[in-house]
Design a protein around this ligand. Structure first.
Ligand SMILES: [Fe+2]
Length: 442
């Protein structure tokens, strides 16, 4: 039991004090039994170090599994590939969720070859996952694609599943998923995390995830104040520890094939992260830079302005000409560039591109604003971004597969990128002015 860290009783008492129990209980008539068992589940790939030489995997079992392993070998078409597998013992810790205790296991595969396909499995004793394949990143720029998803949050199994699966069908070789926060609705509700994993199914274990925390990943006090990020976060999401102290796995960057992906936690410590952001971007030598955080710089919905993000982060993002800023929180769609002046419709060749999107079911009414080149309401969307050396192609698609928004962004290393609008399948903006949030989703 020496690898088992039991330190989470604190969270149990915090939870009891912090949130009314009904918010965290599974539905009255649950259709899944998400109790952990000896069989590994919730298997998830993330990067906590260099994506060209390491790969991190986490998974869950019941607490009878006190020692767990992950095995890896270079992929090979021969079914004997597993004979050369290397075994790693997992770091195991316990997490007390709503009403039960589960074991979470983590392994970081190291010393991997770049741009190489590997096969891994996780488990122990008689209980093992299938062998799963992934590819490491290259060490220099190679074209790649990734999938960006706005808030999933509600009806994860019944309604969000189609969004992530449609995205994967359109970009099956995507190098990673990028989630812009609010993956679930109640941060401590194990059933919701169970649905999140069920909806993504095998994708979570095949394609690495990059994510940034939303407000719904936080434990709330009786007055609605944020008490701290859910303990589920650190157990499931392991990212490089290169951000400010105390914001590990929340504020960080990953360098993937000459592209820097930066996550900022827009829930807290905006000032401190501004200092870190400037330092991180000023010393960045990667060709492309994408930044993600949950609360958008300028809101796409009425009455939802994030003043501190606007004042403290936006000047840095613009100064260093970040290529894309990928956001969530507003439950609408908006994409544009000149957020302050609102002149983007007339000056389409300037500045960082800012996007707000939503993949789940909670919808807010859209407030059309001058900065938006494209907007939508009441539409579940996913984004596929194909990154090439000199340009990228951005497409936002509806869950029925229609291209709703598309542009080509031509990289200019010494000045503003050039944006070219591309044709879409839907000519009219989707507007349903009477749309209100589903009361079930509150
Ligand atoms: Fe949010």
């Amino acid at each position: 039991m020496k690898n088992i860290l039991i330190g989470l009783l604190f969270f149990s008492s915090l939870y009891t004090l912090a949130q009314s129990p009904e918010k965290n209980r599974p539905p009255q008539h649950p259709q899944f039994n998400f109790q952990a068992s000896q069989r590994p589940d919730r298997i998830l790939l993330t990067w906590s170090d260099d994506p060209s030489s390491t790969q991190t995997v986490t998974w869950r079992t019941d607490t009878t599994v006190t020692i767990a392993y992950a095995e890896i070998s270079q992929a090979d078409p021969s079914p004997d590939f597993h004979k050369s597998a290397k075994r790693y013992q997992a770091e195991t810790s316990l997490l007390l969720n709503d009403f039960s205790l589960a074991a979470y296991h983590k392994v970081i595969f190291t010393g991997l070859k770049p741009d190489t396909q590997y096969t891994y499995r996780v488990g122990s004793g008689d209980y093992w996952s299938e062998w799963i394949q992934f590819r490491t990143a290259g060490t220099t720029f190679e074209p790649f694609s990734f999938i960006y998803l706005g808030d999933a949050q509600n009806k994860l199994y019944s309604h969000w599943s189609r969004a992530i699966r449609a995205a994967w069908r359109d970009a099956p070789k995507a190098s990673f998923f990028l989630h812009a926060g609010d993956l679930i609705n109640h941060s401590q509700n194990d059933y919701e995390w169970g649905e999140w994993f069920e909806a993504g199914g095998l994708l979570h274990r095949m394609i690495p995830t990059i994510t940034t925390p939303g407000n719904h990943e936080y434990i709330e006090g009786q007055e609605g104040q944020k008490l701290g990020i859910s303990p589920f976060w650190a157990q499931q999401f392991n990212f490089p520890k290169n951000g400010p102290e105390g914001l590990e796995d929340q504020c960080y960057y990953v360098d993937f094939q000459n592209t820097r992906i930066i996550s900022l936690n827009s829930n807290e410590d905006i000032d401190r992260q501004a200092v870190w952001l400037e330092k991180t971007i000023a010393t960045n030598t990667n060709r492309w830079t994408f930044v993600t955080f949950h609360h958008p710089v300028v809101s796409a919905a009425k009455g939802r302005v994030n003043e501190s993000v606007l004042q403290e982060w936006k000047p840095i993002l613009d100064k260093y000409r970040v290529d894309l800023v990928l956001q969530g929180h507003d439950h609408t769609y908006g994409r544009g560039q000149s957020l302050i002046t609102g002149t983007n419709k007339y000056e389409k060749n300037s500045g960082t591109v800012y996007v707000v999107s939503v993949s789940g079911t909670k919808m807010y009414p859209l407030t059309e604003q001058p900065w938006m080149s494209r907007a939508a309401e009441n539409t579940q969307l996913y984004q596929i971004i194909e990154v090439f050396h000199d340009h990228l192609i951005y497409r936002s698609l509806t869950t029925t597969g229609a291209v709703y928004d598309a542009f080509k962004l031509v990289k200019n290393p010494s000045g503003p990128n050039k944006i070219h609008e591309l044709a879409t399948d839907i000519q009219e903006e989707r507007r349903f002015t009477n749309t209100l949030m589903d009361p079930d989703d509150e």
